[in-house]
Ligand binder design. Structure first.
Ligand SMILES: O=C(O)CCC(=O)C(=O)O
Ligand SMILES: [Fe+2]
Length: 227
């Protein structure tokens, strides 16, 4: 399954989730309007951790390390740059209405083009009502409430929203990725090729056959990568 929105399962285990929640909940939460652009401000109602605060940096480092170890994420995103992970909380009555993420983000001296957007769920879905991540890729919005520790990866070019939380609280991490492949079709093709090669590698095929496919995969990356 390589279609978007893509679920990246088990980015964090139970111990990492517990550690993150403890770090984050003690942080200096501020109004999410602090980072909203003029068009998203009217629809954004949540709280965020300031990007540079120690809690966000400590939690972000744990997540960045987990992402680097996750083969499915690396294969799907082929990241050139990953924006520092950010964190948000929605209480009852809070939501983030339909919006488009800005094409460029500047933070901590790093400028990235947002090719992919990610939400990493930090609260189990049974702990809050409402609050689905709603992504419109075809005609119909798709509402997603992932397991705690799972992540949803989707093209930043899509309109998306977080539905109103009606009870409980939703805590999550979100961030953006600039891929070495700007073209979504090239990126998708390489992801599918890599998945197929991983499938072949689990079969009794001659090693020269696998080597040939691997050669093609890496030579396509060389041909298409821009960063
Ligand atoms: O909380 C989420 O799942 C997504 C947040 C979001 O879309 C944003 O901050 O741009
Ligand atoms: Fe967004």
């Amino acid at each position: 399954m390589t279609a978007y929105p893509l679920t990246i399962p088990a980015v964090l285990d139970a111990a990492e989730l517990a550690q993150l929640r403890a770090i984050l909940l003690a942080g200096p939460w501020e109004d999410g309007l602090a980072t909203a652009g003029p068009l998203s401000a009217p629809v954004k109602r949540n709280r965020q951790l300031p990007e540079q605060c120690p809690a966000a940096r400590e939690a972000g480092a744990i997540i960045s390390a987990a992402l680097g170890r996750h083969a499915l994420f690396m294969s799907a995103a082929l990241p050139a740059r990953i924006a520092p992970p950010m964190f948000n909380r929605y209480r009852a009555g809070e939501a983030y209405g339909a919006h488009i993420d800005g094409a460029l983000r500047q933070s901590q001296g790093l400028r990235i083009r947002t090719d992919l957007s990610a939400t990493l769920f930090l609260t189990p879905p049974q702990d809050y009502e409402g609050g689905a991540l709603s992504i419109t890729m075809g005609a119909m919005p798709l509402d997603i409430k992932g397991k705690a520790g799972d992540m949803i990866l989707y093209p930043s070019s899509t309109i998306h929203a977080v539905g109103p939380v009606t009870s409980g609280e939703r805590l999550s991490c979100f961030f953006w990725v600039q891929s070495i492949l700007r073209d979504p079709i090239q990126r998708q093709t390489l992801f599918e090729l890599d998945r197929a090669i991983q499938g072949l590698a689990a079969c009794p095929v001659p090693s020269e056959t696998l080597l040939g496919f691997n050669q093609t995969y890496h030579n396509l990356v060389r041909m298409w990568a821009d960063g």
